[in-house]
Design a protein around this ligand. Structure first.
Ligand SMILES: [Cu+2]
Length: 138
């Protein structure tokens, strides 16, 4: 191995270690809640996916500044659970893999009404996978 190759290898390993340390650290709020603090969510919102339809008890009412857990399951293929503001900017998203309960803990810091969309291309009916006004944060 040449010296320049070895230097690049060390740079890549260093980059890998730094990125992993940062993304698993408390610098990322949801990692802090999910990995390090073990918070008890004030509410658990169940979301089911099957045959290109998102089912949930919408609108879900959530208080600003409160921890909420979203628990999503899929009965067939991989989907995405994405929460969007009314200007279509995304708040967060997670993959919804079949055969397991996919969870994320979130704390909304802005009151408002949010839409839920599938953020993972799942097939020809994917673009219709929207629940408008799914979440109301007070
Ligand atoms: Cu989809």
């Amino acid at each position: 191995m040449e010296k320049s190759e070895r230097n690049w290898l060390f740079i890549l390993i260093g980059f890998f270690v730094i990125v992993n340390a940062v993304t698993l650290s408390t610098l990322v709020p949801w990692q802090s809640w999910q990995l390090w603090q073990k918070v008890t969510p004030a509410k658990v919102v169940n979301v089911q996916y099957e045959d290109y339809v998102i089912s949930m008890d919408a609108p879900v009412e959530i208080n600003k500044g409160e921890y909420v857990q979203f628990a999503a399951t899929s009965a067939d293929v991989t989907y995405g659970f994405g929460v969007f503001r009314k200007d279509n900017s995304m708040v967060f998203q997670m993959q919804v893999m079949p055969g397991r309960t996919n969870t994320i803990i979130w704390m909304f810091d802005e009151a408002g009404v949010y839409d839920v969309r599938s953020t993972e291309y799942s097939g020809p009916k994917h673009s219709g996978m929207v629940v408008r006004d799914a979440i109301e944060v007070k």
